[in-house]
Design a binder for this molecule. Structure first.
Ligand SMILES: [Zn+2]
Length: 305
């Protein structure tokens, strides 16, 4: 065996004894086996999307929620929430309550579409929503149902329907366990890094192998999470009697608003605005059907106060 598989320009490494190269291969193979084992033993099918997802089965729902709660308490200590009796707090809480009430029926319906049974994972959530004073047009929902809306989102949302679309999107991230999926993803990345270090590769070689292993799909992976959250969130908003059509002008405004300082949740990992709006338009007939099926009392559009 003359050539070092990871040689390339690294000529000095090629001078090492061939035996070392072989050991390196065995180490890599062992780690690849471990990564494959981790991958296959932690696959499950998400009832909302019908897609196969990677969630560490050793991470139970309670742990995940405890982590969400801890993060939430830290955030609330740093960024003091608005008075719960303030008008905007009451509006946001009322929207959240309407959305949360429809989680079960929407999950059941989406699961049926994929020939699956609902997991009702979120029945143990301890939902809570706070409004945080901030210029950011941002919102989040942590595992376990702890949510926040930043006041900077209010002028971008403008209407309660649009606010419901954003909050539905955030709730969907928690329902779809995207946080747990990202953690499993990070674990795989760590396995890859450990493999690289253990086999004696230098950082340049490690990076090459990582990208060959598909590490580069992290960004599109995040995008697919956004697309999923858009769909599930839109169905939630529609089922809760909000007007899903408000999603289109909302994301247009969001695109304009994020031109300056891009807030965390709506930054570059999100689909480009054109694609997102096309996706939402394609989902609109289904959303309107959900509205007809699950909304008992549709009212007119109300402005955010
Ligand atoms: Zn998102």
């Amino acid at each position: 065996m003359r050539s070092d598989p990871f040689g390339g320009q690294q000529q000095q490494r090629a001078r090492r004894p061939g035996l070392f190269g072989n050991i390196r291969w065995w180490v890599l193979l062992a780690f690849a086996g471990y990564a494959a084992f981790y991958w296959f033993s932690n696959r499950s099918v998400d009832p909302y999307t019908g897609e196969s997802v990677l969630i560490d089965s050793s991470l139970d729902a309670d742990q995940e929620m405890a982590m969400g709660l801890q993060a939430y308490q830290e955030i609330l200590q740093q960024e003091r929430p608005l008075d719960p009796n303030a008008q905007v707090s009451r509006d946001v809480r009322a929207i959240a309550e309407r959305l949360i009430r429809k989680v079960d029926v929407v999950e059941t319906s989406l699961a049926e579409e994929h020939g699956l049974k609902p997991a009702h994972f979120s029945r143990d959530f301890q939902w809570e929503v706070n409004v945080i004073q901030s210029d950011q047009a941002n919102a989040f929902c942590l595992p376990g149902g702890k949510m926040a809306v930043y006041t900077g989102l209010v002028p971008v949302a403008q209407t309660q329907d649009a606010m419901a679309v954003v909050m539905g999107h955030e709730i969907a991230h928690a329902l779809l366990r995207h946080g747990a999926q990202r953690m499993a993803q990070q674990k795989l990345t760590q396995i890859g890094q450990m493999a690289g270090a253990a086999s004696g590769m230098d950082p340049g070689q490690q990076q090459m192998v990582m990208s060959a292993m598909g590490y580069g799909y992290l960004l599109p992976y995040a995008r697919s999470h956004e697309t999923q959250a858009d769909e599930v969130g839109l169905m939630l908003a529609a089922a809760a009697c909000f007007d899903p059509r408000e999603a289109i002008p909302l994301w247009e405004r969001m695109g304009q608003a994020s031109g300056g300082q891009a807030p965390l949740e709506f930054s570059s990992t999100h689909p480009n605005p054109g694609t997102r709006i096309q996706n939402l338009q394609a989902l609109m007939p289904k959303a309107m059907e959900y509205r007809q099926r699950f909304c008992e009392t549709a009212g007119g559009s109300t402005a955010m106060r």
